[in-house]
Design a protein around this ligand. Structure first.
Ligand code: MTE
Ligand code: MO
Length: 503
């Protein structure tokens, strides 16, 4: 085998070992991150929004998987170049390329939230291991005659290399999983505090008798997830604390025990992502349990010129909303969701929920700090990326069933869906089938003005093709606008329309 071709094998093999060991080393310390993840985080921070949109359009919520696969592919190609350079005597070039990777990964690590100077250790270890393994592999090669390695020998160390790499990667992954499992166990054991007054039990859910209609409460496992975090942060309540700082008279830090010992209350609230397209899935309704934010902020004593509350997360995200939004609308620091401690993916151990505001300007997950500040001084994560600084949730309505493009068997069926306009509530939903006049839909129970409302109508279609549209009127009597408006910069507008064919 030619030494150059050997380089194409040795480079990637050595790199796999390097990356796997870096991964393993990263698992040893909470402030360290696998180099691949750090690089991914920087790409997420800097990728232009058109590219991000394209990726989300193609891959949906698998966008993160796609990103990691892309990084690994680039590293793979890079490692082939390194291997070939190394094996053809251009060692300085190979060293320089590895050094560039090490510097890039170190830079990425230093910009991670929770990083310190030592956070570059996984990146350096990765580069070091890659180099050592590459040298070792090349020595195995040189020890045979000039024509290359004998077949059996090559096979032997290929196998050794692959086995070593796979086992190392597995160890690293196991380590990370073990950490996650321990926080999972801790979370399951949490006994949530009881509210002074429980909200009434939810009414019978109309979704039980209308297949395809969204349930009144979205089960945690089905709740949409949107965040910039490549890996879900695993935060032990032992290590967690919440600071309230900035333009306040009495800055304070709460432990989890201190915070959850305060009076808690329940809130039924629908949250939505500003990126939810007309008719889109990025919305859900939950019964949240939490501590009243108004009380915490009042105790902290904001200075008279503070006008923004900024929530910061463990992973470096930030979302800010008006101090004036604490107007009795039941903003909270949520620790419970639908009767359980917050799921890890939804912000364990604590997040902010502000009824009526899109998630990106309010709902900081993995919350660790609240800062009283000013809109003209600090901006949340998405604001410099082109999204509006103030973003109340717009009135939206969605047809859940039948599905767009479906073919309907003969007979009576329900057209049904949900409509939401927190904190205004929904007063009317209308449906238009084809060119027929608008029909008023039956509305499901209104459990709160902050939650969505289910709606439905009966329909016995004659054969034909139909466009079906829905529109909602909010609790203030405002009709949802018809004209389409894209999600950027402050949320989509327009009537959801589907096309079906009846037989
Ligand atoms: N730490 C953190 N919190 C975050 C985000 C994030 O990227 N990081 N995204 C926000 C956005 S854009 C939305 S829409 C909501 C989504 O909350 P969910 O994933 O629980 O549905 O979380 C918000 N909180
Ligand atoms: Mo969002």
């Amino acid at each position: 085998m030619k030494t150059k071709s050997l380089g194409s094998i040795f480079g990637p093999l050595a790199t796999v070992a390097g990356v796997a060991i870096g991964h393993l080393v990263a698992a040893l310390n909470n402030n360290w991150q696998s180099p691949v993840i750090s690089l991914g985080n920087r790409i997420i921070d800097h990728v232009p929004s058109w590219a991000k949109k394209l990726v989300i359009q193609i891959f949906g919520t698998n966008d993160k998987l796609f990103l990691i696969a892309t990084i690994l592919a680039v590293v793979f190609v890079f490692s082939i170049i390194v291997g070939r350079a190394f094996m053809t005597g251009k060692r300085t070039l190979a060293y320089a390329l590895i050094a560039i990777m090490a510097i890039a990964a170190s830079w990425a690590a230093l910009l991670d939230a929770q990083s310190n100077l030592f956070s570059i250790i996984p990146a350096l270890v990765s580069a070091g291991v890659t180099l050592i393994v590459l040298r070792w592999l090349s020595q195995q090669g040189v020890s045979s005659d000039e024509t290359g390695l004998t077949f059996s020998r090559r096979d032997v160390f290929k196998v050794v290399g692959i086995i070593a790499a796979v086992s190392i990667a597995a160890t690293g992954a196991a380590k990370l999983l073990a950490q996650k499992a321990s926080v999972q166990v801790e979370r399951i054991k949490i006994a949530l505090p009881k509210p002074l007054k429980f909200l009434p039990n939810p009414p019978v859910d109309p979704a039980l008798t209308t297949p395809g209609l969204s349930p009144l409460f979205t089960p945690n496992a089905d709740f949409y997830r949107i965040d910039t975090s490549l890996v879900v942060p695993n935060i032990s309540i032992e290590d967690w604390s919440l600071e309230i700082i900035g333009m306040v008279a009495n800055p304070r830090t709460f432990s989890y025990a201190e915070l959850s010992a305060r009076p808690v209350f329940e809130l039924d609230d629908t949250i939505s992502c500003v990126s939810n397209e007309v008719g889109g899935p990025l919305v859900g309704n939950a019964r949240w349990l939490g501590i009243r934010l108004d009380d915490l902020i009042r105790e902290a004593g904001p200075t008279s010129d503070a006008d923004q509350i900024m929530g910061y997360s463990h992973d470096g995200f930030a979302a800010g909303f008006p101090l004036a939004a604490l107007d009795g609308r039941d903003a909270m620091i949520a620790i419970g969701m639908n009767g359980e401690a917050l799921p890890l993916a939804h912000g364990f151990p604590a997040r902010i929920i502000v009824p009526g505001l899109y998630g990106y300007v309010s709902a900081t997950k993995w919350l660790t700090r609240i800062e009283l500040t000013r809109f003209d001084q600090k901006h949340g994560y998405w604001i410099s990326r082109g999204w509006a600084e103030r973003a109340p949730i717009k009135t939206q309505s969605r047809i859940d069933t039948p599905m767009d493009g479906s073919q309907l068997p003969p007979g009576r069926l329900a057209i049904a869906g949900v409509a939401w306009a927190p904190t205004r509530g929904i007063s009317k939903v209308e449906v238009r089938i084809g060119t027929l006049p608008w029909r008023e839909a039956t509305l499901g129970p209104e459990i709160a003005k902050t939650t969505w409302r289910q709606w439905w109508i009966d329909w016995d279609p004659r054969k034909g093709k139909y466009a079906i549209s829905v529109r909602a009127t909010d609790g203030d009597g405002q009709l949802q606008p018809e004209a389409y408006v894209p999600v950027e910069p402050n949320g989509a507008e327009g009537w959801h329309t589907i096309n079906v064919e009846a037989f």
